[in-house]
Design a binder for this molecule. Structure first.
Ligand code: SF4
Ligand code: SF4
Length: 84
């Protein structure tokens, strides 16, 4: 599952540098998460770092992007070019 930033985002810039996969960037109106790069922080941290730091709790699970732990780990390996 990738995560998704909702329109409640206040563009505080806090989450972007915390993402180990460089999945967060500024969108047209507020920050967005690239689902192809978001592993829910699997492979890097025990919990999603963007959710931990967001002051307004506007980051949630992406409703159309379900992935289990194995898929998230595979994405992590792809992004880091390492072997499972
Ligand atoms: Fe980046 Fe982790 Fe947030 Fe996904 S959950 S956007 S990988 S900080
Ligand atoms: Fe938006 Fe939350 Fe990221 Fe701040 S930490 S830019 S409010 S998603």
């Amino acid at each position: 599952m990738a995560l998704k930033i909702t329109e409640e985002c206040i563009n505080c810039d806090v989450c972007e540098p915390q993402c180990p996969n460089e999945a967060i960037s500024m969108g047209d109106e507020y920050y967005i998460i690239d689902p192809d790069r978001c592993t829910e922080c699997v492979g890097h941290h025990d919990e999603p770092q963007c959710m931990v730091v967001c002051p307004v709790e506007c980051i949630e699970l992406h409703p159309q992007w379900y992935e289990g732990q194995d898929a998230l780990m595979a994405k992590y390996y792809r992004l880091t070019n390492s072997v499972a």
